[in-house]
Design a protein around this ligand. Structure first.
Ligand SMILES: C[S@@+](CC[C@H](N)C(=O)[O-])C[C@H]1O[C@@H](n2cnc3c(N)ncnc32)[C@H](O)[C@@H]1O
Length: 237
């Protein structure tokens, strides 16, 4: 890693050590947290957020599909989406997020892609004009205080037979009390609220086609391994 890369990482780490601002609306706190790191977001998160490309591949997206990502941030999952199913073959891709500094990066990324739209909206309430074939959330549910409303909304916007995918950190059932308290505190500082309830809620929402529970290293912390999961479910036809 070059000294310039390391200095950029240090700025991201400094923001993360300071944590998410405690004042303001949810959208204002997100903007306060992400604005100073938006330009370095993709590079740092590539080493922090595991399993994203694998989730998108597991969604088995067919040609002509309408696809939505809720909490899409900078739109960094577009590359994996393009790899899983070339963007030009999709009917539409809608990237929804509440955070203007990250959406600014997403807008630069999608410039010239006619079927990809970047939308500033709250995932609890935003709905596409017509039902969609795939909805996914990648490390976003843990940052959404009303995550139950987001899941209900994601399920409602899916066409029958459509698929819902989620990849995120969580608190596995088998983890001990001390470990759960550690991760809650560690991630909670940055507004990321790990829970043991997300995965069971997903399992009861759709017919499950894939669940994987794993652990992954965090940048600059080779000793600890954070628990995360991948989930794909199908809405009843
Ligand atoms: C850790 S980032 C993940 C971004 C992206 N999905 C990725 O994999 O890189 C979480 C995202 O959720 C967004 N978010 C949080 N609450 C939201 C809400 N209520 N509606 C829409 N987006 C929200 C944040 O702005 C942020 O971009």
């Amino acid at each position: 890693m070059s000294p310039a890369d390391f200095a950029a990482d240090a700025r991201v780490l400094w923001r993360m050590l300071r944590g998410q601002p405690r004042r303001g609306s949810h959208a204002e706190r997100l903007a306060g947290f992400y604005a100073p790191q938006a330009d370095r977001y993709d590079s740092f998160r590539a080493r922090l957020l595991h399993g994203r490309a694998e989730l998108i591949e597991a969604l088995e997206i067919p040609d002509g599909a309408r696809v939505v990502e809720l909490g899409a941030g900078t739109g960094s999952n577009l590359e994996a989406l393009d790899w899983a199913c070339p963007l030009a073959r999709l009917a539409s891709v809608q990237l929804v997020d509440l955070c203007p500094p990250l959406l600014a990066v997403a807008r630069r990324r999608v410039a010239g892609l006619g079927n990809v739209e970047v939308i500033e909206a709250d995932a609890t309430a935003w709905r596409p004009a017509q039902p969609v074939d795939r909805v996914y959330l990648s490390y976003a549910l843990t940052m959404m205080p009303d995550w139950q409303a987001v899941l209900a909304n994601a399920h409602a916007m899916l066409a029958p037979g459509g698929r819902l995918g989620v990849v995120d950190f969580h608190l596995p059932e088998a983890a001990g009390r001390m470990e759960k308290a550690f991760w809650r505190r560690w991630f909670g500082h940055d507004g990321v609220h790990l829970s043991g309830r997300h995965l069971p809620a997903l399992r009861s929402l759709c017919r499950e086609s894939l669940v994987r529970e794993r652990r992954a290293a965090l940048p600059y912390l080779p000793v600890v391994r954070a628990p995360y999961y991948l989930y794909v479910g199908t809405k009843a036809a």
